[in-house]
Design a protein. Structure first.
Lengths: 115, 113
């Protein structure tokens, strides 16, 4: 597709379960980002992948959160032993970074609800 | 500590009038600024950006102004249309860092017909 694709669009899970969220970036974009948006808040940075470099994990809120990007394309965000405070919309973005210009294009997000 | 602040959670304007959305930042390392628009149940959509070497960038009805000394930027929409009703996020990045965007908390714009 032409844009960033995320799946599932909605996920309801029970506290303590693991979840996997998928992101398919725009073809050719070298950079991929995960953010989350809690109710009434701005977007909070989680993790960033750029080419073959080691990912920047500085935004991950705990060691229950992890992400990988296979083959420089599709990325999976995994949350282990989910907690109610993990409930949020998880947004993925990709970009083709050119100098200082970094326009990120977002998917529609995955709405995660932890019961 | 919020590095990008949008102090107005909401704004209402009449159709045809100017909408002015404001954003302040504290990190002097930020050198690229963006505005995104977000409709419910959709991801943010890029609207317009500005580099720190400029003080104004215009694209159709949308103009972004940057005042580096005041660490302030604003988005002007003129004339405002009902379809502009959305949440607007200001974002900033530091090209010397890991390139994630730092977002404000957003302003809900409502354009009244």
């Amino acid at each position: 597709g032409a844009g960033v694709s995320q799946s599932p669009s909605n996920k309801v899970t029970e506290k303590g379960k693991d979840v996997e969220l998928r992101c398919d970036p725009i073809s050719g974009h070298t950079a991929l980002y995960w953010y989350r948006q809690s109710l009434g808040q701005g977007l909070e940075f989680l993790i960033y992948f750029q080419g073959n470099s080691a990912p920047d994990k500085s935004g991950l809120p705990s060691d229950r959160f992890s992400a990988e990007r296979t083959g420089g394309s599709v990325s999976t965000l995994t949350i282990q032993r989910t907690q109610q405070e993990d409930s949020a919309v998880y947004l993925c973005a990709s970009s083709l970074v050119r100098g200082a210009k970094n326009i990120q294009y977002f998917g529609a997000g995955t709405r995660l609800s932890v019961l | 500590d919020q590095q990008v602040k949008q102090n107005s959670p909401s704004l209402s304007v009449q159709e045809g009038r100017i909408s002015i959305l404001n954003c302040d930042y504290t990190n002097s390392m930020f050198d690229y600024f963006l505005w995104y628009k977000k409709y419910p149940a959709e991801g943010p959509t890029f609207l317009i950006s500005i580099s720190s070497i400029k003080d104004k960038n215009e694209d159709g009805r949308f103009t972004v102004f940057l005042n580096k000394s005041a660490k302030h930027l604003s988005l002007h929409i003129v004339p405002s249309q009902p379809g502009d009703s959305a949440v607007y996020f200001c974002a900033a990045s530091d090209s010397g860092s890991a390139r994630q965007l730092t977002f404000g908390s957003g302003t809900q714009l409502t354009v009244l017909p």
